[in-house]
Design a protein around this ligand. Structure first.
Ligand SMILES: Nc1ncnc2c1ncn2[C@@H]1O[C@H](COP(=O)(O)OP(=O)(O)OP(=O)(O)O)[C@@H](O)[C@H]1O
Ligand SMILES: [Mg+2]
Length: 224
């Protein structure tokens, strides 16, 4: 099982339908990411990057595909409950807007993926917050943190349950360059030290240099 790729997508098509109009967005994507790889996806606004990430992250179903596998599991035939369970087990998400829950503490935000899997957070949350320089923020609400700190909390939350894949959709898009460097550094460190598989969307060429592979997307296709 463990030599299966983290992600394997074959001939993936997606179209959105709104107001009776169908807009094709992805046109036959083949996309394979090995375990432990760091892959960056770049491309102009509207080319379909987030759509691809959301399908791979089991946030939505594609219109059609020959195959979509996550951690060796074929996901096309799974019902909603099985998809949710697989997502909680295998996928960590980081968004441009941090999507932290405003009414609970930083520590509870970070522990949430564990609790959703029925695991009582033990020392992991504290260790992770420590490692990220956030120990002093643990009991605050997210609104009391700087944006750079909030994104570090989001990363802690995304990896606390040790997912197979971290999916990051412009994780530094709302940060200044100093905070962006800190956040990228953390993602790289978890990739290097823990073998975390990372798929990251970015518009920033400089953030792409450390990746194992940089894929360029245009009009719903990968191009070279
Ligand atoms: N929920 C949705 N409903 C309808 N159309 C959508 C939806 N989400 C995205 N689209 C359309 O699909 C196309 C691709 O969008 P997507 O968000 O995947 O692009 P992107 O490459 O992530 O762009 P950006 O760099 O601006 O984030 C766009 O034309 C967009 O308008
Ligand atoms: Mg996007």
């Amino acid at each position: 099982m463990n030599d299966q790729p983290a992600i394997d997508v074959r001939d993936l098509h997606h179209a959105y339908t709104h107001g009776g109009v169908t807009e094709p967005v992805l046109h036959g994507i083949d996309f394979r990411v090995e375990r432990g790889e760091f892959v960056v996806i770049m491309g102009p606004s509207g080319c379909g990057k987030t759509t691809l990430l959301n399908i791979v992250g089991l946030m939505m179903r594609p219109t059609r595909a020959a195959a979509v596998q996550v951690a060796g599991r074929d996901v096309l035939g799974l019902n909603d409950a099985a998809r949710t369970a697989l997502r909680r087990e295998q996928i960590g998400f980081v968004f441009q807007r941090f999507n932290l829950l405003p009414t609970i503490s930083v520590a509870r935000n970070v522990g949430l993926p564990l609790r959703l899997r029925g695991i009582a957070p033990d020392g992991q949350v504290r260790v992770l917050l420590d490692e990220m320089g956030l120990a002093a923020q643990a009991r605050k609400k997210p609104g009391g943190l700087s944006v750079g700190q909030q994104q570090r909390v989001a990363i802690a939350r995304a990896i606390v349950a040790e997912p197979t894949v971290l999916l990051a959709d412009e994780p530094t898009g709302n940060l200044d360059s100093a905070n962006a460097a800190v956040v990228l550094d953390l993602i790289q460190r978890f990739h290097r030290e823990r073998g975390l598989t990372v798929i990251m969307i970015t518009h920033n060429e400089q953030l792409a240099v450390e990746a194992d592979r940089v894929l360029h997307m245009r009009d719903g296709r990968f191009c070279e």
